[in-house]
Design a protein around this ligand. Structure first.
Ligand code: IPE
Ligand code: IPE
Ligand code: MG
Length: 254
């Protein structure tokens, strides 16, 4: 069954106390390690431990979708050694964590241009997704070799492939069509976007879906981000007035 979610630009969703979908750019691993005179990879390893904690904290808080940016389409530009270590960590994390996720009712999805990963990693991803696909407590999406521009272009190209006569028929792609071809079409748009590590930019994350998300930036480095830090982000979110283009007065009338 294909679920259809509201679109922030064509409808106005109900306000909710707990964000239904939280999307996080997990940044600051390298600086966390540098402060401790450790190699960058030590920061990434700590980062994996925080993923486990934050997944569990989200479950406890009733968050339904958690999306984590693990590796961007631009992160291949890093030194070869760091890229290899990140890939090894990804393999290790999948080997170690999927059982626990499954026990916790987590449905794992990995989105991005996975073709560039090696066979072992792709196999572990496929196994992890297959094993957890019936779970519905929390949908955890890991964005790997992901880029928002890649996602949009991919959606347009796949839509065109499926509608070969579109030009001749004068058929134009709609927002709804495009959203249904994005790699995260199974999830609603994020309510809350968090970026750790102090930078205030999107870095080619979910460009389409962040249209009306509440943005939260914190200086906390990802390896230090815990349940309390998550609660601070949620509490900031709860103070926001999500107007979706309307006025404050209109919100009071509802
Ligand atoms: C985020 O931490 C992890 C990845 C991008 C894979 P960084 O490695 O970017 O950490 P900083 O920004 O250098 O501190
Ligand atoms: C964004 O972090 C990507 C991930 C966290 C996976 P970066 O550290 O790569 O972002 P920039 O380069 O500072 O924008
Ligand atoms: Mg960074």
């Amino acid at each position: 069954m294909i679920k259809r979610f509201f679109s922030s630009t064509s409808e106005v969703p109900d306000s909710i106390e707990v964000p239904r979908h939280v999307a996080i750019i997990m940044d600051g691993n390298g600086r966390w390690a540098k402060k401790r005179l450790l190699p960058r990879v030590a920061g990434h390893a700590q980062g994996v431990d925080r993923v486990r904690d934050v997944v569990e904290a989200c479950i406890e808080r009733g968050i339904e979708y958690l999306t984590l940016f693990a590796f961007s389409s631009e992160n291949w530009r890093r030194p070869q050694d760091e890229v290899s270590r990140l890939m090894e960590l990804f393999v290790m994390a999948l080997e170690r964590e999927v059982t626990r996720m499954h026990r916790n009712g987590v449905c794992l999805r990995v989105v991005g241009d996975l073709g560039r990963f090696d066979a072992r990693l792709r196999e572990l991803i496929a196994q992890g997704e297959a094993r957890t696909q019936e779970n519905n407590r929390l949908t955890l999406t890991v964005c790997a070799n992901y880029g928002g521009r890649w996602d949009i272009l991919n959606a347009v190209n796949n839509w065109r492939r499926d509608h070969p006569g579109a030009d001749a028929e004068g058929l134009a792609i709609s927002e709804e069509d495009l959203a249904s071809y994005l790699s995260m079409s199974y999830a609603p748009e994020p309510d809350l976007f968090i970026r750790t590590g102090g930078e205030q930019r999107i870095s080619n994350f979910l460009l389409w879906q962040l249209a009306y998300s509440e943005l939260y930036f914190t200086d906390t480095l990802w390896p230090d981000f815990d349940a309390q830090a998550l609660d601070q982000a949620i509490s900031s979110y709860r103070k926001r007035e999500r107007r979706f283009g309307r006025t404050s007065e209109q919100l009071l009338e509802r």
